[in-house]
Design a protein around this ligand. Sequence first.
Ligand code: GLV
Length: 386
Amino acid sequence: MPTLSPPPQSLMKPMDFPQKLLMGPGPSNCPPRVLNASALPLLGHLHPEFTQIMDEVKAGIQYAFQTKNQWTVCVSGTGHGAMEAACTNLLEPSETVLVCENGLWGQRFADMCTRNGAVVQKIIKPMGQVFTLQDVEAGLQQHKPVLVFVTHGESSGSTLQPLEGLGQLCHKYNSLLLVDSVAACGGVPLFVDDWEIDAIYTGAQKVLSAPPGASPVSFSERAKNKVLNRKTPIRSYYFDMTHLANYWGCDGSARRYHHTGPISSVYAIREGLARLAEEGLEKSWETHRKCAEMLWEGAEKLGLELLVQEKANRLPCVTGIKVPEGVNWKDVSDYAMKTYKVEISGGLGAQAGKIWRVGIMGYNATPENVQKVLRALDEGLKSVRG
Ligand code: GLV
């Protein structure tokens, strides 16, 4: 018999588990009702009681997106899974996609498209800036893409992309509009049907205040027809929307076994969506805006500058704050963590080391939490400046 490796000693002691206030770009903290839901006993993934919960989740997603789209599901995975699902279903090899890139999410989506054999064309803006209808129209005229990708809430550049008019514009050029709303949905106005958005996804771990693991995706009739009329098979079995639509009860036929759904994640997102439904979208948008304005004013009072100048283009859910000359962002962020157990994140990509990012999302969107972040920033800056 081969020699048995010993069991890991690290598993022989209790998990080290500090309580932290997650004020970065996500995950955000979950309310007790969400955590309690995820601790409920498992049901079978095709049991009627569970499919009833899935139907409730679907209705909650339709509400959060303001859509009646039949193909509305959760993919089993984090926001990246939802992004991958959108990419792999909506594009065929050699088709052209126009990616509006003003931060990490455009870059990442472009990478996925290339891996899926699509031809990627980009319009690029620096982080902190958004696209105008004219920018997108020029790209549509030049590249004639089948799909346009934009990021609603660009958490790396802390921008809020205006979406009104974009869907109609894309349709004028026979293109579909895909929107990444992972860091925005629930925190800012969003009207998927009225704005003629063809495909959209979000994550559980941001405004919905549920653990990452099940991610809402919705396809319009146009997007659905594009998938149903593909000439080549969808490259991913796991993210195949025709299978997912069946499992989520969207195609009128009996649900078949595709994969085992993440039961506990579905319970959790159900409660996150219920919380949003009880609060109401308008109230949620207002709460996020008020808390963000408190943060923006408070940061400016501390002598700090925000990355996004134009107020209308600032994402209330994630704010980029410039790190002053001579200050190491990490020292301040470490101070906040050590002293208050508050997470303040750093920048990504071109903004790494140059900004802090503060998330105000869902359960965490309270004036008390904003004050705590401002206090931690103020004291942290004083401590590193000596
Ligand atoms: C994640 O969403 C991030 O912006 O870091």
